[in-house]
Design a protein around this ligand. Sequence first.
Ligand code: NAD
Length: 411
Amino acid sequence: MKAFDSTQLYFNRAADQIDLTDNMRRLLLIPKREIQVQVAIERDNGEIASYIGYRVQHDDARGPMKGGLRFHPDVDLDEVRSLAALMTWKTAVVKIPYGGAKGGMAIDPALFSLRELETLTRKFVDGIHDVIGPDVDIPAPDMGTNAEVMAWFMNQYAKYHGFSPACVTGKPVELFGLPGREEATGRGVGIFTYKLLSRLGRKPADVRVVIQGFGNVGSHTAKFLTEAGYRIIAVSDVHGGYYKPEGLNVPQVLRYALEHKGSLAEYPDAQAISNEQLLALECEVLIPAALGGVITKSNVDTIRAGIIVEAANAPVYPDADDILAERGVVVLPDILANAGGVTASYFEWVQNRQHYQWDLNRVRQELDRVLSQSFERVWEISVEKKVSLRTAAYIIGIGRVGRATVLGGIA
Ligand code: NAD
């Protein structure tokens, strides 16, 4: 199944619950605008190389469109389209005044020098600057991009449009960024996991957690959950996983990753396993925090976790989701689970527009408040309508976007 088909299927399940008409479904599903631009650079060895940059702007009924910029070899238009739609439902579930978008380039950033990455980013901005902006579409970091990339992005955008720090979020704190933005997605995943486990009556000491991906989201999730008293028994990155049944020393793993450019390769104090083995470990909570499509029909029977928290976007495909539901596995959906990032991005945008720097305490307080309220609403709808947490989140998201679309007028 392709990525966009999967998002569409989840959408339709919720749309059935609220009797959404076929015309409204079409209106809400078709992206507003899709952009492809050529991004050509001269590589360090003198070769000319060209790539395709994508930006899909899905919906703006509730506000300017918002979504990450991904540098990863698997990026294609279908995936970007699916991720853009997820952003529309996500911003609506947490009730921040944004629509949804996403962008990316099919490159492996590890194979480019810093100079090449900077040039790629600037050339991409050259291609899309006139269809983005603080009131139109605001990119942010995603897989393979970070605060440094956002700083280049802002700087290049300013060459066309003047000083506009709100044109992009996830910037370095010293350069109009928000204290706490970097940790926000992982912190949010941690808050939601804690809330879900509390609702299910599970005590931190009895919960073993497995995390796939140890980048921005995975590492901050591990840190937050360790501080909350949970036992992290395995983590992984693109090269493989590290497993310790009695619990990893997470501060030590974090230090190791920091000292090895983010890589866990050859981490000494745990058993090395593959990413497939990691997903199949016996645990209470499994948190995919890397790529989409990692739990599908072909490996779902190996999954032994009772709870899956979708920190990554679209890690569980619908065919696997159905089997997990039959087995009573609780899945906390991406459009809620990883919404801490876009919520903090919203605070950064507000801060930039106010020209007033927020402090970390305020960011954490506001983030915790927005995420807690969103969790409670999704839980309520799930109980009230006897549907999964995913369908409940979609019902809320689609309802809010649908109402805004109708109120704005379609004529
Ligand atoms: P990142 O680039 O910082 O880290 C990605 C991690 O995944 C790295 O540890 C990498 O080694 C690992 N990885 C890559 N390919 C893998 C593979 N094939 N198997 C196993 N591990 C692999 O990215 P991130 O920002 O942490 O994003 C992770 C996920 O969270 C993505 O799905 C992203 O869309 C989602 N997300 C991120 C944010 C954010 O604020 N960064 C917000 C919402 C959602």
